[in-house]
Design a protein around this ligand. Structure first.
Ligand SMILES: Nc1ncnc2c1ncn2[C@@H]1O[C@H](COP(=O)(O)OP(=O)(O)O)[C@@H](O)[C@H]1O
Ligand SMILES: [Mg+2]
Length: 395
């Protein structure tokens, strides 16, 4: 799918996306589809803020045709080879004049989650701020020190501990559009289809910058090639690498975040410099985080007044967000059963929750035991040193 198709789709979906119409007009003109270009520009003119840009694009275009015309008169013969690069150059100028502050697409950020919604995990927030947010909002500082701001970030950690949630909150922090991509969104049975889909998603994110592209469970895309029996995913991994390398974080305003429960299964090609080269460990929620999760997940349920949330958090060391959700599920079920037996309605009490905690176990332990082996036998590069530190302090 090319840029024109993509923009056509965008304006079809939202006919009042005037910036979209403007960009489409530009693309048409670039491709010598003048009639279509003028039509698109005329719609873009509905937005007064775009008038100057449309005027400029048209002026540039007509100046160009005039020059071509003059060349024709003076020299009589147009040298095709010479005329072409000249034309190209001119169009580049048009593109260079694009003012990003004006070409901001409509705000499509419905529910913004920010770090304020993420309970606890202060260390992690600091790390993300330093490794992700600062380089993203301040690329010039990084280029001054010849430090690359590009590449992607890989969030890893046990399942259900908020990787997806935190990625979303990160995009909220930089006020960007959030594109969550899962392998099932991309996979296409037709040859080359998956790669095309992937490309399209990158193009969409670029057109709607600033954007965060979030690749959830990236191990399913980049499953270690050495471990995989089939080479089915290989073209997709290669496209992913190509797409990532084509991103210039500072000009594209495109941030790429991946997440995985199984960092050891992520194709090592995806972890090289310029790709998902910053690994960030998302640990099980700390006490503060568990308190917030309990509050969040109990919201709207009939619970006894003055629940001791702090005690619940104390008793759920190493529980993931999903485990806590499960604790509440178990307690709720228990209360419902009792109500049905006794025909007496009542709310969820502290004892129900404490009992549910006794009946369940933290699921993160299995993950921690697995990664322990990787740390022991394959941590030469200190890849998982954050985890090693966490284990030392918390287990
Ligand atoms: N620190 C946190 N603060 C608030 N909610 C959290 C936190 N950590 C996890 N959660 C909640 O736990 C659930 C599971 O998190 P999720 O992001 O889906 O985990 P993961 O992507 O790591 O598997 C989500 O519903 C999220 O709301
Ligand atoms: Mg997730």
């Amino acid at each position: 799918m090319n840029k024109i198709n993509l923009l056509q789709m965008m304006v079809e979906k939202d006919k009042e996306n005037f910036e979209g119409w403007y960009l489409l007009g530009e693309e048409y003109v670039k491709n010598d589809m003048l009639k279509e270009g003028l039509y698109a520009f005329s719609i873009a003119l509905n937005d007064e803020g775009l008038n100057g840009l449309v005027e400029k694009a048209l002026k540039d275009y007509f100046k160009l045709s005039k020059e071509n015309f003059e060349v024709e008169i003076e020299e009589e013969i147009i040298d095709e080879e010479e005329a072409k690069p000249m034309k190209l150059q001119k169009y580049e100028v048009i593109q260079g004049n694009r003012q990003d502050s004006i070409i901001q697409l409509e705000d499509k950020r419905p529910t913004r989650v920010t770090f304020n919604d993420v309970g606890g995990l202060e260390e992690l927030k600091k790390t993300i701020d330093l490794k992700i947010i600062k380089p993203f909002v301040n690329p010039s500082l990084f280029s001054k020190f010849k430090k690359k701001a590009g590449g992607g970030i890989l969030l890893y950690g046990p399942p259900g501990c908020g990787k997806t949630y935190i990625a979303k909150a990160t995009s909220g922090e930089i006020n960007a559009n959030f594109y969550s991509v899962h392998i099932t969104d991309i996979l296409d049975p037709y040859f080359g289809g998956s790669e095309r889909n992937l490309h399209q998603i990158f193009e969409t994110a670029r057109a709607n910058k600033p954007s965060v592209m979030f690749f959830d469970e990236i191990d399913t895309i980049g499953y270690s090639r050495s471990k995989s029996n089939s080479d089915l995913m290989r073209p997709l991994v290669d496209s992913m690498l190509t797409e990532m390398e084509s991103v210039n974080t500072s000009t594209d305003k495109l941030l790429i975040i991946g997440a995985t429960n199984m960092p050891w299964d992520v194709d090592s090609a995806l972890k090289r410099p310029g790709r998902f080269d910053k690994l960030v460990f998302v640990p099980p929620p700390d006490k503060e985080a568990r308190k917030v999760i309990f509050q969040l997940k109990l919201l709207g349920k009939p619970v006894e007044e003055n629940l001791d949330i702090s005690l619940l958090a104390d008793k759920t060391h190493l529980y993931s967000g999903a485990d806590i959700e499960n604790v509440i599920e178990v307690a709720t079920e228990h209360v419902l059963n009792e109500i049905m037996e006794s025909n007496q309605e009542r709310s969820i009490k502290m004892d129900d929750l404490l009992l549910a905690i006794k009946q369940t176990n933290p699921s993160t332990l299995e993950w921690i035991n697995t990664i322990k082996n990787y740390i022991k036998y394959a941590n030469q590069s200190g890849l998982y040193s954050d985890v090693a530190m966490y284990i030392k302090e918390n287990l």
